[in-house]
Design a protein around this ligand. Structure first.
Ligand SMILES: Cc1cc2nc3c(=O)[nH]c(=O)nc-3n(C[C@H](O)[C@H](O)[C@H](O)COP(=O)(O)OP(=O)(O)OC[C@H]3O[C@@H](n4cnc5c(N)ncnc54)[C@H](O)[C@@H]3O)c2cc1C
Length: 444
């Protein structure tokens, strides 16, 4: 039966979900708090480049929009690590032909909104959800320009309104759903490497650049115009933290000593430093993700995470695909559909969050560690010899649709086995021998 559906939030999850639902013939309206990004992209110093990987692409492909998205994406097949002397090392992410993709969040969002509108969804902007009756599927929106309120009633509300979701807030307050928000001790700030002359890229555009420095790190992803969007992740307090970075001298000294090759690429560093906000990061857990057959959460509203695995958006897009599969399975029985969705997706939301926290350590610490890079080489060799026995964790997460919870569990078992392998005497020389491959085979 065709439904009247209200989606709160025209972000990546809301727009893709609208595409899925209009394709099923439903009558979909999206209400978005911000102004219409399609006419003017305003990012307020948080332009954010996203790494799009296989599960995000799978979700886009199922509604036939992956080709459109690939036109604004730059493949990254490797990490390039910058040490404190400016020396570079590389690590391929997967096998030949495997890559993740750098894409501007705002550009992708505009594209997704256009595609949703083209497919029949109605979009309303400057409309902020301030209240909802989740059992009646009615939402009160306040216009952010006029302050005028309107109540919109439909058959179903989809809460796609991000980490600070107003729809989730109603679920938690009115129905006592579990809710936890854990802020981490690190903040982030965006910086920008401009394009060189004639729009040339000043760094290799087909890599995710990392300056790993233990407690903190800097990363850079390429944009289509030759520039790079960079993000510094550092502790809020303590030595070399945001706390001590205020004056021009403090900021420039910090970059000269810690990221010398970066400073050379950003002539107006301090102007950017004061213009761009310092923002927090955290993990949101909630449960269940639905009310009856009348309200359901998708994306960050259900499982916001820290950005260190580059999977928040990918998981949000995957939610839309999984919800669509369950709508197909349960046809008109939305209650069973949402129950199964909540139950099956929640462990994957948790898995995604565990993976994201663990990858922070990998990125900021391990990518600078020769033993870690060697371990990854050994795993890769074994995986190429026995692809049905071993997929490295990064590949499971980024190049397959294996559920996050399974990837996390398998990854932790693999890590234990690799500890044993890495303890083999003289492993730096021995690893190429058959003996090591045989030992791994016996362990799996
Ligand atoms: C620094 C950083 C780097 C990241 N890097 C990656 C990456 O590399 N790869 C990746 O996969 N993910 C990444 N992410 C995560 C990714 O950005 C999010 O997971 C993704 O945007 C979630 O999509 P969403 O649609 O659920 O939420 P959002 O994109 O937050 O969209 C929610 C929408 O709802 C609107 N809204 C909010 N409240 C209301 C309201 N009350 N009424 C109406 N509308 C409302 C908002 O304005 C917004 O448009 C990163 C995040 C950060 C912060």
């Amino acid at each position: 039966m065709k439904k009247k559906i209200t989606i709160v939030g025209a972000g990546l999850a809301g727009s893709l979900c609208a595409l899925y639902l209009t394709k099923r013939g439903h009558n979909v309206s999206i209400f978005e708090r911000r102004n219409d990004l399609r006419s003017e992209i305003i990012t307020a110093g948080k332009s954010i480049n996203l790494a799009l990987s296989t599960r995000g692409l799978t979700a886009l492909k199922k509604v036939g929009v992956d080709d459109e998205v690939m036109k604004i994406a730059i493949p990254m097949d490797k990490r390039i690590m910058h040490d404190d002397k400016g020396n570079l090392t590389e690590q391929l992410y997967g096998n030949d032909g495997q890559a993740i993709y750098s894409v501007s969040r705002a550009q992708l969002n505009v594209l997704m909104m256009k595609l949703a509108a083209k497919n029949g969804a109605d979009l309303y902007f400057d409309e902020k959800c301030v209240e909802a009756n989740l059992e009646q599927a009615s939402v009160v929106f306040e216009n952010t320009n006029t302050n005028q309120k309107q109540t919109v009633t439909s058959d179903l509300i989809i809460g796609a309104d991000g980490a600070f979701s107003a729809v989730r807030k109603q679920m938690v307050e009115q129905y006592d759903h579990d809710f936890k928000y854990n802020k981490i001790d690190h903040d982030y700030k965006e910086l920008h490497i401009p394009a060189g002359e004639d729009g040339t890229f000043l760094l290799d555009k087909n890599a995710l650049h990392i300056w790993p420095r233990g407690e903190f790190m800097l990363i850079a992803l390429a944009n289509l115009d030759g520039s790079f969007t960079c993000t510094l992740f550092a502790p809020k307090k303590g030595e070399k933290s945001f706390e001590g970075l205020n004056s021009k001298l403090e900021v420039e000294n910090y970059f000269i000593t810690i990221f010398p090759d970066f400073l050379k690429l950003v002539p107006d560093l301090y102007c950017q430093w004061i213009a761009n906000p310092t923002s927090g990061l955290g993990i949101i857990k909630t449960y269940p993700w639905h009310i009856n057959d009348t309200a359901v959460l998708i994306g960050d509203a259900a499982h916001a995470t820290v950005p260190f695995y580059g999977q928040g958006m990918n998981a949000s897009l995957e939610d839309c695909r999984m919800l669509d599969e369950l709508l197909e399975k349960h046809t008109d029985d939305l209650k069973s559909c949402f129950e199964e969705y909540s139950k099956s997706r929640k462990p994957n939301g948790d898995g995604l969050q565990d993976l994201s926290m663990q990858n922070f350590i990998v990125m900021r610490d391990n990518t600078a560690d020769p033993a870690f890079l060697l371990q990854k080489e050994i795993e890769k060799k074994f995986s190429n010899l026995y692809p049905d026995k071993w997929i490295p964790l990064y590949s499971m997460v980024s190049f397959t649709n294996i559920p996050y919870a399974d990837a996390w569990e398998i990854g932790m078992k693999q890590e234990k086995m690799m500890e044993e392998i890495m303890n083999t005497p003289n492993i730096e020389k021995e690893w190429k021998s058959d003996k090591i491959m045989q030992k791994m085979l016996s362990l799996v």
